[in-house]
Design a protein around this ligand. Sequence first.
Ligand SMILES: [Zn+2]
Ligand SMILES: [Zn+2]
Length: 192
Amino acid sequence: MKIPSKNTSGYLGVSKISGKEKWLVQINVNKSHVRIGTFNTVEEAGQAYIDYCIKNNLEDRLKEGDRNKYLREYNKNNKERIKERNKKYTVRYNSKATKKRHALRDEILKAYNNICECCGEIEPDFLTIDHIDGNGNEHKKEIGSSLYRWLKANGFPKDNFRLLCFNCNCARFYNNGICPHQEQISKILKGE
Ligand SMILES: [Zn+2]
Ligand SMILES: [Zn+2]
C-alpha cells in the first residue's frame, strides 16, 4: 500500500488530532471503521498501525517496505515452522498426480531428443515444446487439453513440434519467429 497523498503524517493510518499534540490511528476493515488508538508521538502511532495489521493478518495493508521488513523478521523467527510448511508442500509435490505429470513430461522430452534444437541446451527444466508454425496458443485452444497428452496420443509428431529451451522459444516470439541464435549462425556461415 502507498501512503495517500492527503496523508500528512507520513505514516499509513495516522492522522494528527487537530489542536492537540496527539496522533490518531485508524483503519477501515471490510467496510467497517476501526479506531486503533491515540498516541503522543507519530512514531508510536505508526508502529501501532503496523502491529495492528500484523496481528490481524492485514499485512497487505502495510507499506511495501514495512511488509518486507515484517516478512524478513517472520522468516528469521519462524525457521522451524517454515521448514514444516515446506515439508507439507514437498509431500504435495510428490503426489501421485504430480509424479504422473513429471513422467509424461520426461517421456515427451525424450521423444524430442532431450535437447534444444536451436542452442543445444540440455537442462530438462529449461526445455519446452515449440510450435514451429508459431501458432501455439491457437493449437492449445483447439485441443483444449494438455499439449503433452495430445502429443503422446498422436505419436509425438515432428512436423510442427520440436524441443527448444525457454530462451530460444521466447526469443523467437520477440524476433519475428526466428531465434537470434539462428541469425548469428547464418552470419557466421556467410562470413560476416
Ligand atoms: Zn535454446
Ligand atoms: Zn536459440
